[in-house]
Design a protein around this ligand. Sequence first.
Ligand code: ADP
Ligand code: MG
Length: 471
Amino acid sequence: MNTGRDNQQLQTEWYRVSSRLKAEIGDTAFENWVKPMSVSGMEGSEVRLSVPSRFMRDWVEANYLDRLKELWAGENAGVHSIEVRILPKSKAVARDAAEGNEIEARGAEADGASSGAANGPQAKGWSVGSDISAPLDPHFNFSKFVVGKPNEFAYAAARRVAEAQSVPFNPLFLYGGVGLGKTHLMHAIAWEIQQRDPARTVMYLSAEKFMYRFVRALREQNTVDFKDQFRSVDVLMIDDVQFIGGRDATQEEFFHTFNALVDQGRQIILSADKSPSDLEGVEDRLKSRLNCGLVADIHATTYELRLAILESKAEQMQIDAPRKVLEFLAHKITANVRELEGALNRVAAHTQLIGRELTLETTQEVLHDLLRANDRRVTIEEIQKRVAEHFNIRVSDMHSARRARSVARPRQVAMYLAKQLTSRSLPEIGRKFGGRDHTTVMHAVKKVDELRDHDSTFAEDVELLRRMLEG
Ligand code: ADP
Ligand code: MG
């Protein structure tokens, strides 16, 4: 049993973990998936979370569990695992029921506010098509999509579909890793079509919701209505179709809906995290159907694209971010655009809250945990060794008390690089350099920055070392 104090501690941890996750995944996903969860206890090193439905549990496990574990371990090193349980009587459900929402639907609506205004101020955009269609995020339009080498093909295909009078290829199948802009492009197509021709009905929903609706229709023996709803749209978009794999009845229904729409010359747009051929648990005949149109992949981001995206976001958010900070983030946060955005949001929120200037230093501080996860594992020892070799001094001089410039300068360079390339704090770095004070490290960082500005040979030396260490 948990004592009251333990429980309070747990709630505090949950609050901190979920706030961090919110900054990373954005408000919409947070409202849909994280907020309805509650923490119900801790058993040994395992935290127990409750969700109101099976759909939610599967989704949370597939998408957020790993990150939740990392974040929680960051708050409390004693937590090693997280279990997500289905608990229909959780507080989240009671609250929703009180508000008159349909309990199960709440958990299953992959995109939240399908019932439009009924879900209150969180509902963004408006529904298109019918009530099944999820709302569109107003930010996910073409003008806010930054185009670069990794996504130019997918972007061009999306534009083509959005602007065409007739169906240029069917289906358009967009695929790529998580957080690379698939949903953004789909919403952008929907906005564009709506704007060009409001008479065309566009339906956008996640594959999860499609499945959920289908299962519910089966239960309510209402599949005719279900089919009609889908078959009367001009453009059908289904996001994340990898979730259809393995569910035979839903797949079957999807296949028929798909064929019916294609036969009637309606446009279908799908997204997934894999190419049609690589989708697991999907029948061959469906795979070959999916391959019939245009398959466009979004590749992992490049440094240039990440920097361009950051510049665009900073401008939209009207934050005055020094180029150095943006370069640092583009350099360090490489996983996907969502994480990149999350990082910028966090830094911006923090500096605004605290009223501090946005600098490289604050960025490193605020993103400490995230950076550590993204660290390319350059160690301080490695830095010391390389720098010593480069300047022809002994590694032991990195720790020694000698103050001769011939050793003090390389030592400062090593401290500087340790600050730049690892996510260690100033005191931690100081300790690794013969137990020096954090102010000594701070001074070293300042000094090296100054020298770099005034001495181009020195600047080149440092740059060379940095590149070597980053491999
Ligand atoms: P996916 O659906 O592929 O997982 P999303 O479309 O949800 O990814 O994108 C994640 C976040 O990154 C969104 O906030 C989106 O606006 C942003 N994003 C992704 N790619 C780009 C891009 N090229 N330009 C601007 N924002 C982008
Ligand atoms: Mg998506």
